[in-house]
Design a protein around this ligand. Structure first.
Ligand code: FES
Length: 160
């Protein structure tokens, strides 16, 4: 087992911030066009020095172990970041201590980055308390798949 795999295993042994956040201020959902995996991220904000900062982040994944490990680390390092700081984090930034993502795993990190950006773009008022609750799994298996918002992952080569 190489060092990267060991770090993935360590992160998966005790994944952080996994699951729906019922009092979230925003939520983002993306699907990877590369592998069909999906991820949802919830964000809760607070104010500090007049700026909106991320107080908490959580995720739910229907995807590979690398995406889950990156999301676990990302939801920890997002705490205290301003929305602008969070917007500038790359997939590699979000992987934190996992180190450099192998080329075949970069899209796994981009799934997390996409969910974060979608959540940041979806900042709005929370859903009413009596609104129906949707989980990522329930929407995947829903008879109305159009209810699921799919956002293509951006190709980092386009930013060059
Ligand atoms: Fe699909 Fe990792 S293989 S996100």
């Amino acid at each position: 087992m190489d060092d990267f795999e060991k770090k993935i295993d360590d992160a998966l042994a005790n994944p952080k911030n996994q699951g729906e956040m019922t009092d979230a201020d925003s939520v983002g959902t993306v699907g990877s066009p590369d592998c069909g995996d999906m991820m949802r991220m919830w964000l809760k904000f607070s104010e500090k020095d007049g700026k909106k900062i991320i107080d908490r982040a959580s995720f739910q994944a229907f995807g590979c172990q690398t995406a889950i490990a990156v999301a676990s680390i990302a939801t920890q390092l997002l705490r205290g970041k301003t929305t602008e700081e969070a917007r500038h984090l790359s997939a590699q930034d979000l992987a934190g201590d996992l180190g450099t993502l192998p080329p075949m795993k970069i899209h796994c990190g981009q799934l997390v980055e996409g969910a974060l950006r979608n959540a940041l773009d979806s900042i709005s008022t929370p859903a009413p308390a009596n609104a129906p609750r949707h989980t990522l799994i329930s929407e995947i298996h829903s008879s109305k798949p159009k209810a699921l918002k799919i956002v293509p992952i951006e190709d980092p080569a386009d930013d060059a």
